[in-house]
Design a protein around this ligand. Structure first.
Ligand code: ATP
Ligand code: MG
Length: 656
């Protein structure tokens, strides 16, 4: 009996677009195989070559990998570099006047910042940080809206060797407080307010509230970027205005050269499965991962207009807004607002207006845009697009098909990128010039990434069988430890039964088909156990989403005397929640639909309707809360990272 059974039957294949392939950075399969072969045969030589080619070293490294104390691996550890130098200074001689950032505000104002301008801003702000006595190794919490200054703040920390810890601007005072305290931050960088979807939300007031909760004596300065000019309270001994502290500062700042293993940042995971973990990343290894994925997966070209819609509060915003695009010298969009303001065409309008070539977003955004305006993309000129990407959750095949046809007009490859806060950069993703795509599969591991599916004892499962997704060899961009908690780091990611504590355990379940394609099946914690069959959540949810009336779905297990668990499906319809007899009819239809699409074993026992699903602030479905609801129990878990707490009440009613 396999560890986890696969029931999904997805057979569509989309070969690479010829025109795209001709110009792709990796344009033939032989080149890809050669890279994989090299990584296989000479692992260290492979990574050494990449690190020398893509990173500007102040002092070149002589050691590639130090494995003396697994799982605390060190990469390139006697080398010295500066990350901000690698993202900015390197472009000053070659393309100082190229636009680095096109910022679009919530109300549609546009600001361009060139590499020269961005470099000056970063240097000036870095000097201001130094004048506040912030120095190498200090932790700085950044709690800001999406704006050029947020990137400047992160880059300035990197320039002086301070460790940033970005907290998503939508988090509450409680979450912010926990993170400030855990990091022992010396400073918090924030704004008076943020503007999203036509609404002003306080940030500074939330910082005040967080600090007032106590245990935050480490915080000596709060730096406030004036976004709206709202009335805020100022604590004279602690608070300073961004525009005032930079006023007399020089626009040149010698970078602080740091060791390759110097901590660049800590970042808390989304909290989909439990208490967020303070993931700690290095400098060189992390940067390398972001750069090579820009080239391989995003097929970066100097003419691209790159747009990753993720907030800087998530790892995607770190790797593919603040670091990767700048390191390769790209022009990128930073958008302050939301996809649905002033209407559900906002993303498409921005693509049209700025001639975006590469668009990277999350399945949750795609599903909500399908729900709000399935034909809206047709009203815009999206012909500049050449590549689409997806990240954050498994993308259901039907959502993939819509994205491909309606947004990509059936000619843009979709890179479905599997990775995590902990991996720092893409791990499994198609190289768009050569890899045929299968909707719902993140396809093949990148060269140098030894991904595999194993059972509880760490042994490979049979082809096609579901199991635990692991990465068998260390890789440069991987998490170094959990902030202040090395024991939890070891237990969580490197359990002893997995390759003698050397395999990185991702926490996701997946299977790998006969072509070597990976299919993420869900979180290990969410696996259902129905009559002795262990099923992932993704496949049943995808079958539900494939029904023409369904916009989104989440399935969870509920203890059942005979079967072990019964399957409860929470469904969001494209139209309003059905009521009365209409609801009963649709429930039957959906149950039969799933039975027909993927088999009777996966047929939901119950179907519940809601206007939405409980999601993290980054838009991921929180199944653990649904599990509690399904059991009819009170929710006692941490819901501080929840986007829409009110939805729990509605769903609770639905259960009753
Ligand atoms: P926590 O670890 O606190 O529960 P999280 O796992 O949601 O939060 P992230 O690091 O932001 O935090 O998300 C990584 C996870 O997102 C992956 O482990 C996987 O479950 C999911 N994921 C990301 N990209 C993809 C993808 N392309 N396909 C399938 N799943 C994905
Ligand atoms: Mg996780």
């Amino acid at each position: 009996m396999p560890i986890i059974e696969s029931v999904l039957n997805e057979t569509r294949v989309f070969p690479p677009n010829k025109e795209f392939s001709e110009h792709a950075n990796i344009s033939n399969i032989a080149e890809y195989r050669a890279l994989c072969m090299q990584a296989q045969e000479d692992y260290l030589g492979f990574w050494e070559k990449q690190a020398r080619e893509h990173i500007l070293w102040h002092k070149p490294f002589t050691r590639v990998l130090d494995e003396a104390n697994p799982p605390f691996f060190k990469w390139f550890d006697d080398g010295e570099l500066n990350i901000s130098f690698n993202c900015l200074d390197r472009h000053l001689t070659t393309q100082p006047d190229k636009t680095a950032i096109i910022f679009e505000s919530d109300d549609g104002q546009v600001i361009h910042s060139t590499y020269r301008d961005l470099h000056q801003r970063v240097c000036q702000f870095a000097n201001a940080l130094k004048s506040l006595n912030i120095c190498k190794g200090n932790r700085v919490v950044i709690y800001m809206p999406m704006c050029i200054e947020a990137v400047v703040a992160m880059q300035a920390c990197a320039r002086i060797g301070a460790i940033h810890s970005v907290v998503f601007g939508g988090f509450s005072a409680k979450s912010l407080h926990e993170r400030i305290k855990d990091a022992g931050a010396v400073a918090v960088i924030t704004a008076d307010e943020q503007v999203r979807g036509g609404r002003n939300n306080p940030l500074k007031a939330t910082v005040d509230e967080a600090i007032a909760r106590g245990g935050t004596e480490s915080v000596k300065s709060v730096i406030i970027y004036k976004r709206t000019g709202a009335n805020i309270s100022i604590e004279a001994t602690r608070d300073v205005w961004w525009h005032e502290i930079i006023q007399n500062e020089n626009t040149v700042c010698e970078p602080e050269w740091v060791n390759a293993e110097h901590t660049l940042f800590t970042l808390y995971t989304s909290g989909s499965t439990g208490k967020p973990k303070g993931v700690q990343h290095s400098s060189a290894g992390y940067l390398l991962g972001t750069i090579i994925s820009m080239h391989w997966v995003f097929d970066y070209k100097s003419t691209d207009i790159f747009w990753c819609t993720a907030d800087i509060g998530w790892v995607t915003g770190h790797s593919y807004v603040t670091y990767g695009p700048l390191a390769v010298g790209a022009t990128q969009i930073i958008f302050e607002g939301t996809p649905t303001y002033p209407d559900a065409g906002r993303f498409w309008e921005i693509i049209q207006k700025h001639k975006v070539t590469t668009f990277y977003t999350a399945p949750t955004a795609i599903r909500s845009l399908i729900k709000l305006g399935p034909d809206l993309p047709e009203k815009y000129d999206l012909s500049s697009l050449r590549l689409l990407g997806s990240v954050g959750e498994p993308i259901n095949p039907e959502a993939w098909i819509w994205y491909y046809n309606k947004v990509g007009r059936a000619h843009c490859p979709i890179v479905d990128t599997w990775w995590q806060t902990e991996t720092g950069s893409h791990m499994i993703a198609p190289l768009p010039g050569i890899v045929p795509l299968k909707p719902g599969s993140c396809t093949l591991p990148l060269p140098g990434i030894f991904a595999a599916i194993v059972d509880e004892t760490g042994h490979d499962v049979e082809t096609g069988e579901g199991g635990f997704l692991v990465i068998k060899r260390p890789f440069p961009s991987q998490v170094r430890t959990l902030w202040g908690n090395p024991e939890r780091f070891k237990e969580t990611y490197f359990p002893i039964e997995m390759g003698h504590g050397r395999y990185y355990l991702s926490g996701d379940s997946a299977n790998c088909d006969q072509d070597g394609y990976f299919w993420i099946m869900g979180r290990i914690d969410d696996v259902l156990n129905v009559s002795g069959h262990r099923l992932g959540t993704m496949e049943i949810e995808s079958a539900l989403v494939a029904h023409p009336l369904v916009a989104e779905a989440a399935v969870v297990g509920k203890p059942h005397e005979i079967k072990g668990e019964s399957i409860i499906a929470f469904v969001v319809m494209k139209d309003q929640c059905p009521q009365g007899t209409a609801a009963i009819q649709i429930v039957n239809e959906l149950r039969n639909w799933v039975a027909k699409e993927i088999g009777p074993i996966a047929k939901p026992d119950e179907v519940r309707f809601g206007d939405n699903l409980p999601k993290t602030r980054s838009g991921k479905i929180m199944r653990r809360l649904l599990r509690t609801l399904a059991k009819g129990e009170e929710i006692t878990q941490d819901t501080s990272t929840l986007e829409n707490p009110a939805i729990l009440d509605q769903l609770q009613q639905a259960i009753k």
